[in-house]
Design a protein around this ligand. Structure first.
Ligand SMILES: [Cu+2]
Length: 256
């Protein structure tokens, strides 16, 4: 019997490889959301009425398709923070660098393969201070899913997004800084998954709480989504800088 040619074997392997990859689709409506923090109520910009926005979860090798509908009065792009964008540099989402912004009332579809990387990344608005509230987790599991982690599969995986909150409209604050040449003023609060915790004026009860079961293992995926790097140098956020682009490999840590 004639042996199969190496090319045919390669082609079959390639087709088999393609069959494993999934198309992961999302629709992101970006618009206003009314939020109250520290007893200040203001309209923020958010994806699908959530801040932090929806978590995107893929396996390595999948293709991501995200339709973005810009229902805000601002130009908009979304940046897929840390994605290699192999052969898809135009999908990176950097405003006026890899694309023109999505104009108010318009939409744009990002499409890219998530290749050769695993871990905890995130996505965010790439225009001025809008990323204060326009951000979310982008989780890449191994190609074979959570079963392929190099450690026992955790009971649950929890994204922890560290962010900031201003009591006033961030676009106005950014504009004032631009006009005066000074820095933007520091945030009024640091947040965990959008909540400031109990340490600020008028913030009691507004705390992110994670209920855990004794004896179970939790994988905590920490993301630093703070806007102002200068004001985000407090311990929890600094710690997260080490974590935000690390692969999903257990790393020895200790509580400081
Ligand atoms: Cu980024």
């Amino acid at each position: 019997m004639k042996l199969q040619s190496p090319l045919l074997v390669f082609a079959l392997a390639f087709i088999g490889h393609l069959a494993e990859a999934a198309l992961v689709k999302h629709t992101f409506h970006i618009g206003n959301l009314t939020v109250t923090r520290l007893c200040h109520t203001r309209a923020v910009i958010a994806v699908n009425k959530q801040t932090p926005g929806p978590a995107i979860e893929v396996n390595e090798g999948d293709t991501l398709i995200i339709e973005v509908i810009n229902d805000t009065p601002y130009n908009m792009t979304l940046h897929w923070h840390g994605i290699f964008q192999r052969l898809s540099g135009w999908a990176d989402g950097a405003n006026m660098i890899t694309q023109c912004p999505i104009l108010p009332g318009n939409k744009y579809t990002y499409k890219f393969d998530v290749m050769g990387q695993e871990g905890t990344l995130w996505w965010h608005a790439h225009l001025s201070f809008l990323r204060e509230t326009v951000h979310g987790a982008l989780i890449i599991r191994p190609r074979e899913g959570a079963e392929a982690y190099p450690f026992p599969r955790p009971y649950k995986e929890i994204p922890i997004i560290l962010g900031e909150w201003w009591n006033d409209d961030v676009m106005t604050i950014d504009r004032q800084a631009f006009l005066t040449g000074g820095p933007t003023r520091n945030a009024d609060a640091f947040t965990i998954n959008g909540h400031p915790g109990n340490f600020y004026n008028c913030s009691s009860g507004d705390t992110y709480r994670l209920m855990v079961e004794a004896g179970k293992t939790y994988l905590v995926r920490i993301i630093n989504a703070a806007v102002n790097i200068n004001s985000s140098s407090r311990l929890p956020t600094t710690l997260s800088l080490w974590w935000q682009s690390m692969p999903a490999t257990p790393t020895p840590t200790r509580l400081i």
